[in-house]
Design a binder for this molecule. Structure first.
Ligand SMILES: CCc1ccc([C@H](C)CC(=O)N[C@@H]2O[C@H](CO)[C@@H](O)[C@H](O)[C@H]2O)cc1
Length: 818
């Protein structure tokens, strides 16, 4: 067994320091005096990795143990964030490492800052997958996260002249010490071509696929450390390569491009992450990416199952496979192909296994985000899968007709094939037909899912629908991001809350009545605000005052998330000050952050709006610094870790019924921010948990939204009848914030007055009134702090550990943590 001082796995300061020096010498081949910051970072990463490998045995044993069921989490996105800090926390060597590094004359913060963020995701869905990998490991559930090792992740965002500029994300340029290359576990993936009938050796008529392109999938494993537990999860990401990366014959005849053509085309599949979240794009490469990693994942799971010495007809006993939205839904047809075509299994037996293996999580109700692939396009890339989907659909519709004879309307609404207009495959239907469980990501969302997008499936399969409200890991989002708060909590209630969040955190509730504790609480927040103020100045040049109310909205830019409603509040306050410069308002710093999909013009215009309004407000002499507007560039996991702990007000202001859950709302609340929000997504459950009196609620409910829409919503009437609103909108129309281009915001403002699909004008006055309440509440710091403490105390159920426990119990049927 490893001792504290064992150089490869000891956790003492001396052992860690020795390891770092060993890696500088043996891994980086550097003399310490010559080593760069990146060399020290990589040496430290290897040092930490060594200590994770000690836990490798347990997961390998669990995966090899035929009695244990493994979770296969299929996701096109994993927004892991930087690994180093999280690994130090979970391995319990953070402080010793900081001391060891200091003894080497270095600062751990510099090495932490050196790590490139693996931005292999867009937003909520990708980050949720990452939080779930942390909880699966910490709960001791054997899990393989399967995804794509994009060479280029989500773009990094620069703000130039107030506009978003996308920069290529070269996260791999200095290598990646956290992954282990596994070329021997490679597999091949077919594309295109045609299918043909043939008689097999037993004279049976069978179908085979003759692809016109075959590429190789090469896995890279990243260990996911459990929190203070001898266990890890495995993130297995696939890179696409050519089967033959160099065509020597072509080279011989001097056709150098042809010689590498195969390589270039094959590597394109895992080259880049699609930077869209929500709008569906229907691109060939996107479907190729989805099929590529899904086929690799299923081939790998079948390999693991067979290694266990089990027959294929018990595959569902080895794996519970979660489809993270419809992006991996092609897995349903691929498992059928592998079982029937490749492993010669009977269709019905294969289908039974498929039904038992898969479950599907839906993350959005937005119709434009529901993936549908045009038939010819799909058939061209995946001819065999189209046939299989036809067969699945045929048998399904027979079942539907038995269930509801003569109800052709129901059958065509349920059909996997959308026969209307351009025939297409509805991936949400494929996932719902096969999944033994279908879940939404918050109570309201799951209810709406079963009443709208999937109501017909709910009508015929009500028992398949379950809710699993999202959660976030307290390790990264509290312990790592907010060490000051974690220290205060530990001094008050010990550290059991870190992995028993639900049971333990509520123990701080009584301390809300303790003035001394409240004082410490405020100092923690003040310290985090000062740290963020420093970072804001470094990144934007803006000077913000940590004694103002930090009002924060960070998330992807999207009209349904209503960042522009937040701007209407700012302009309203600005008008009040212009009318009466001596007005006694609560000084505020408005902090925005978030990326817009490159092709989403209105979202990009909203970023410009925020920056143009900020440019005027921040310099206005009447305002005199009482209002500051900052757009924090390149919002990602790393920056989020600095922003959430410093926030006092969390903006969760989406139109009711549009945000499936939200997870930023949980991170803010867990770091002591109070929430202003609508009854949407998980806001509903957060408000229930923290207490309606500790939540700033405003706005129309889902039913009121649908009702108003049904009665004919005329946004212009709100503009005409509300002077404050009209004054704000008119000032924007006037070009006051865009003197260089007076009409810049006309497209956005016209949309609001003529259409307003997300009902900003209908919710405007309620929002302003709520914000005025908040301004008043903030002046009573004792009361504000009390509410802040109660917010954290009552966030127990929003740990991703609770979510994973529910997946294990209600969906995967896994006993966790044995
Ligand atoms: C096809 C393009 C595309 C890409 C990503 C997506 C995701 C489903 C978008 C997403 O991230 N949804 C968010 O998922 C979070 C985790 O469940 C929720 O908390 C958010 O409310 C939801 O918007 C849809 C469509």
């Amino acid at each position: 067994p490893a001792t504290e001082n064992d150089a490869r796995s000891g956790n003492s300061v001396a052992a860690i320091r020795k390891s770092i020096l060993d890696h500088i010498h043996f891994s980086q081949a550097r003399l310490p005096v010559m080593a760069t910051c990146n060399d020290w970072y990589v040496a430290l990463a290897y040092t930490v990795r060594d200590r994770m490998f000690g836990h490798w045995m347990n997961v390998v044993q669990a995966i090899a143990d035929p009695q244990r069921k493994i979770v296969g989490y299929l996701s096109a996105e994993f927004l892991m964030g930087p690994h180093l800090g999280n690994a130090l926390i979970n391995l319990g060597i953070h402080d010793n490492t900081r001391a060891a590094v200091a003894q080497l004359g270095l600062n751990l913060d510099d090495l932490l800052a050196q790590e490139e963020e693996p931005g292999l995701g867009n937003g909520g869905l990708g980050r949720l997958a990452a939080c779930y990998m942390d909880s699966l490991a910490t709960l001791g559930v054997p899990a393989l996260g399967y995804g794509i090792r994009y060479e280029f992740g989500i773009f990094s965002q620069e703000i130039r002249d107030g506009r978003q500029v996308e920069k290529t994300d070269k996260w791999l340029r200095l290598g990646n010490p956290w992954e282990i290359h596994r070329p021997e576990l490679s597999c091949t993936v077919n594309f295109g071509g045609r299918t043909e009938w043939f008689h097999d050796e037993r004279g049976r008529l069978r179908i085979r696929w003759i692809p016109n392109r075959v590429i190789k999938g090469v896995p890279y494993d990243t260990p996911i450390p459990a929190f203070r537990k001898d266990f890890i999860g495995i993130l297995r990401l696939w890179k696409s390569e050519a089967v033959e990366s160099f065509d020597f014959q072509a080279f011989n005849v001097g056709d150098y491009y042809k010689a590498v053509d195969e390589k270039v085309v094959s590597e394109t599949v895992s080259k880049v992450l699609y930077p869209n979240d929500e709008p569906e794009i229907g691109k060939t490469l996107r479907l190729a990416q989805q099929y590529f990693f899904v086929s690799c994942a299923l081939q790998d799971m079948i390999r693991v199952h067979l290694i266990r010495g089990k027959a294929l007809d018990t595959f569902h006993e080895s794996f519970a496979v979660q489809l993270n939205d419809t992006h991996p839904a092609i897995a349903v047809a691929e498992l059928m192909r592998l079982l029937v075509d490749e492993h010669d299994m009977d269709w019905c037996e294969a289908w039974t296994i498929t039904r038992n293996v898969f479950s599907y999580t839906n993350h959005t109700l937005l119709s434009e985000a529901l993936e549908k692939w045009p038939l010819p396009f799909f058939g061209h890339l995946l001819p065999r899968h189209l046939e299989i989907i036809y067969e699945i659909n045929h048998r399904f519709l027979e079942e539907v007709r038995r269930h509801a004879p003569g109800d052709d309307g129901l059958a065509s609404r349920l059909s996997i094939i959308d026969e209307g207009g351009q025939k297409s495959i509805r991936m949400a239907h494929l996932a719902s037909v096969a999944g033994h469980r279908i879940n939404g990501v918050a109570e309201l969302h799951t209810k709406l899912l079963s009443r709208t997008v999937l109501r017909d499936f709910h009508a015929i399969y009500p028992d398949r629908f379950v809710n699993v409200t999202n959660g976030v890991t307290p390790r990264r989002w509290m312990v790592l991001s907010n060490p000051k708060l974690a220290g205060l909590l530990e001094s008050a209630i010990g550290d059991r809350w870190i992995c028993r969040f639900e049971e333990e955190i509520e123990k701080i509730a009584p301390l809300a009545d303790d003035p001394a504790f409240r004082n410490h609480w405020r100092e923690v927040k003040r310290g985090n605000k000062a740290d963020l103020a420093g970072l804001i100045h470094e990144r934007t040049g803006n000077t913000v005052d940590p004694d103002t109310l930090f009002d924060v909205q960070v998330k992807r830019i999207h009209e349904y998330k209503r960042q522009h409603l937040n701007v209407l509040h700012i302009v309203t306050l600005y008008n009040r000050i212009r009318r009466n410069p001596n007005l006694d308002i609560t000084p505020r710093t408005f902090i925005f952050g978030g990326k817009a999909a490159p092709g989403y013009a209105m979202a990009k215009l909203i970023i410009k709006l925020i920056n143009d309004v900020g440019a005027v407000v921040n310099r206005d002499p009447d305002v005199a610094g009482r209002l500051k507007v900052v757009f924090f560039p390149n919002f990602n996991v790393k920056n989020g870790q600095m922003i959430y702990p410093a926030a006092e007000l969390s903006e969760q202001i989406s139109t009711a019924g549009k945000e499936a859950s939200g997870t930023g709302n949980m991170k803010f609340s867990m770091n002591g921010a109070l929430t202003i929000g609508t009854l949407d997504g998980a806001n509903v459950e957060i408000r229930e948990a923290v207490g309606p009196e500790n939540f700033f609620l405003f706005g129309l409910t889902v039913d009121q939204v649908n009702d108003l829409w049904g009665r004919g919503y005329n946004p212009r009437r709100y503009y005409e009848e509300n002077a404050q609103l009209r004054e704000a909108v008119d000032l924007l129309y006037s070009g006051h914030f865009s003197p260089d281009h007076q009409a810049r915001f006309v497209p956005l403002l016209d949309t609001l007055l003529n259409h307003d699909p997300y009902m900003l004008l209908a919710d405007y006055q309620a929002y302003i009134d709520c914000q005025d309440q908040i301004a008043a509440a903030y002046r009573d710091q004792e009361h504000w702090t009390r509410i802040s403490i109660l917010n954290v105390a009552r966030m127990g159920r929003f740990s991703s550990d609770r979510s994973i426990r529910e997946y294990c119990k209600d969906i995967w049927r896994i006993r966790q943590g044995v």
